[in-house]
Every structure is written in C-alpha cells, then in structure tokens.
Ligand binder design. Structure first.
Ligand SMILES: Nc1ncnc2c1ncn2[C@@H]1O[C@H](COP(=O)(O)OP(=O)(O)OP(=O)(O)O)[C@@H](O)[C@H]1O
Ligand SMILES: [Mg+2]
Length: 227
C-alpha cells in the first residue's frame, strides 16, 4: 500500500502542493492531471523523497519514505521516470538497460525484453539514435530493470505523435498487467490516460479539485471545467 498522507510542499514561500492525501492498493493505476504549475511534478518528487514535504508524510507498506534518500527508495521498489528523455544517448539500448539494473538482478533483462520486443530488436542500437517514442519505451524498460512495485511517470507521452502515445499507454498497461506494477502517471493527455488508469486526481494550484474513479471523470460532460 502506498499512502500519501496530508502532504503539503513548496519552494521557499511558494506553496506548490496543499494537503494532498491518496491511498493506493498494490497494482493500482492513478492518473494525475492539472495545468502547468499545478504541482504534479512536485507530488511525484515528494512521493519518492526527491523533495521534502513541509507537512504530512508518504508511507510505503506502512514504513515512511524519508526525503533525500532516493536510491534507497528505488531499492525498496519505487521507480521514477522524470519528464524528458532519460536515456544515456551514447550507450546501446542493452547497455542502458544493464546500467539501470546494476544493483538488481541482471537476468531480469530477459523479462523486460519480452515486454518490449522493439527493444530486443534494437538492443545494439545507440539509444540517442532511437525515435522519441522508442526512447520513452527504453526509459520505461530502464525503470523496470529495478523491478519496481510502483512506477511513477512524469508526462511520458509529451512530444509523441498520437499513434505513439497509444503505444506508450499500451506498454504501461502491459507492465501493470505482466508484473502487477502500480502506476502513477502525470499526463497532459487526459482522454488517453483515462483509458489506462482506474483512479484520477486533478490538481489546481496545488489543491486536489477532483479525486475519484477514472470512469466517473471520463463520464463528466463538463470534464474541462475541472481544470
Ligand atoms: N525548484 C523549484 N524552485 C522554485 N519553484 C519551483 C521549483 N519547482 C517547481 N516550482 C514551482 O512550484 C509550482 C509547481 O510546480 P510543478 O513543477 O510541480 O508543476 P507541474 O504541475 O508539474 O507543471 P508542468 O505541467 O508545467 O510540468 C510552480 O509554481 C513552479 O514554478
Ligand atoms: Mg511537471
């Protein structure tokens, strides 16, 4: 269970996140939405302990996630794929995967390549020469090499063509189904993400303005009014 308990966070005098609480069962899929500056990235950073909350706490299986100890948190099973390209461009696809899994079971690469056959075909290719969508897939694969219980993704579909977005969403679903990995996905592409997730959170100026079932949000005729 991953519990975000009354988390408030900011930068100096700016409050970026106000009193956010979310409780997620193992394998759950949460979509986090909101305009630029709404606090989405800050929330992900607080969950992995890359940013210290000013109030509240995050617990994973009942144990707190302390701020400032991200590598330890990754070893406990939380993987974070930040915004933008997160591959080592000059290394091959296979090297990228192996480097990410250095502290973990290297033989897991077989499972990752099974989920992403494209990466298997391209294992010798220099990562920097892959397309945007392929690099995003590689970033997902790299995060998987740590065999996470939770995968936190910051805008994984940004800059990708619609057909590639559908592909990336399908890969995330596959990861969730194959390994039971929970997903927390920050996205600007709300309709595509609502097909993937089962729960949704909309942030506005750091506050939760909607929190509930993804289906309930998709059914709202005034969906955009919430932003
Ligand atoms: N390192 C920082 N120092 C100061 N202010 C910051 C810092 N990081 C974020 N902020 C501010 O905190 C607020 C929330 O930022 P955050 O990055 O969480 O938003 P976001 O919802 O991820 O936005 P986007 O969709 O543009 O990525 C914004 O007002 C932003 O300017
Ligand atoms: Mg952001």
């Amino acid at each position: 269970m991953l519990e975000i308990d009354h988390v408030t966070a900011g930068y100096g005098t700016l409050t970026a996140l106000r009193d956010i609480s979310v409780a997620l069962e193992p394998g759950a899929r949460l979509g986090v939405f909101g305009h630029n500056g709404a606090g989405k990235t800050t929330l992900l950073r607080c969950i992995v302990g890359a940013h210290a909350a000013s109030a509240g706490s995050v617990r994973f299986n009942g144990e707190p996630i302390p701020p400032g100890r991200v590598p330890e948190t990754v070893r406990r099973g939380l993987a974070f794929v930040p915004q933008g390209h997160n591959v080592f461009p000059n290394l091959s696809v296979e090297r990228n995967l192996r480097v990410s899994g250095l502290l973990f079971d290297q033989s897991f690469i077989k499972e990752v390549l099974k989920v992403f056959p494209v990466l298997d075909e391209r294992r010798a290719q220099r990562a920097g020469s892959m397309s945007g969508g392929e690099q995003q897939m590689l970033a997902l694969g790299m995060a998987l090499m740590t065999q996470p219980k939770w995968l936190l993704l910051d805008e994984p579909s940004t800059g990708l063509a619609p057909v590639i977005v559908r592909n990336v969403m399908a890969q995330m679903r596959k990861v969730n189904e194959s390994f039971g990995t929970g997903l927390i996905v920050v996205e600007q592409n709300v309709p595509a993400t609502l097909k993937l997730v089962d729960q949704a959170l909309i942030l506005k100026s750091g506050k939760a303005v909607f929190q509930g079932e993804a289906g309930e949000l998709s059914a709202k005729p005034d969906l955009w009014e919430w932003f």
